[in-house]
Design a protein around this ligand. Structure first.
Ligand SMILES: O=C(CO)[C@@H](O)[C@H](O)COP(=O)(O)O
Length: 223
């Protein structure tokens, strides 16, 4: 699939979400941060807004659930039509069942790990997921500084996925920008969430293309 860019609407203008989606026509995904004020100390949006967004854009939605009890709620996002639904390993009490249910409802299933959570305990779950999301900030807010300490884990995750020949995308989320994307791509990530670097730019569409180009060059330095 190659490099993919998923602009996070957390940094967009929530009063004009349809326009904000239209502002990034070449994005591969729109990253939708669902936060419940419990799993993370911030409250954003839920299923009704996702349903409205699905009607307003043809860009597939990459829903990142930062909520308690994702086992209960995740399948509904998949059923509504999200292209990808990601749950946090720490929040899910039955991650295998939930990932299977997301797939059964027709979406790609993602598992997310916070910066301090190791990847090794989840190595045997790679067959159950379509995407592994490694947070490169503590979840909850946009505009935070990228945590370099996650880079070795990104490399480790890439090794695990490659050694198992798993066609699982490796997504990174938090602090991805022109300054950081090259080293994240070199470490082996292939799906990049970027909020402030896209929606804080004068021209969000160009920002998407600039990030994509830098990641492409860094992941394939001979081209
Ligand atoms: O999930 C989150 C934050 O919890 C992210 O999706 C942020 O929205 C990314 O924003 P930037 O760090 O790129 O500004």
């Amino acid at each position: 699939m190659g490099i993919q860019i998923s602009p996070s609407i957390l940094s967009a203008d929530f009063a004009h979400l349809a326009d904000e989606a239209a502002a990034v026509p070449t994005a591969d995904w729109l990253h939708v941060d669902v936060m419940d004020g419990h799993f993370v100390p911030n409250l954003t949006l839920g299923l009704p807004i996702v349903e409205s967004l699905l009607k307003a854009t043809s860009t597939p939605l990459d829903c990142h659930l930062m909520i308690e009890d994702p086992d209960r709620w995740a399948p509904a996002y998949a059923e509504a039509g999200a292209g990808s639904v990601t749950v946090h390993a720490k929040a899910a009490s039955a991650p295998v069942r939930t990932l299977r249910e997301i797939r059964r409802q027709g979406a790609r299933a993602g598992l997310a790990l916070n910066p301090a959570e190791p990847v090794e305990p989840y190595a045997d779950l790679v067959g159950e997921m379509d995407m592994l999301l490694l947070m490169t900030v503590e979840p909850g807010f946009g505009g935070q500084r990228f945590l370099d300490l996650v880079l070795p884990k990104i490399r480790r995750a890439r090794e695990i996925l490659d050694s198992r020949e798993a066609s699982v995308w490796l997504q990174v989320d938090g602090g991805v920008s022109d300054e950081t994307i090259e080293r994240v791509a070199e470490a082996g990530a292939d799906v990049f969430v970027a909020g402030s670097a896209v929606y804080g730019a004068q021209d969000p569409a160009s920002a998407v293309e600039s990030l994509r180009e830098q990641a492409r060059r860094a992941s394939n330095p001979t081209t």
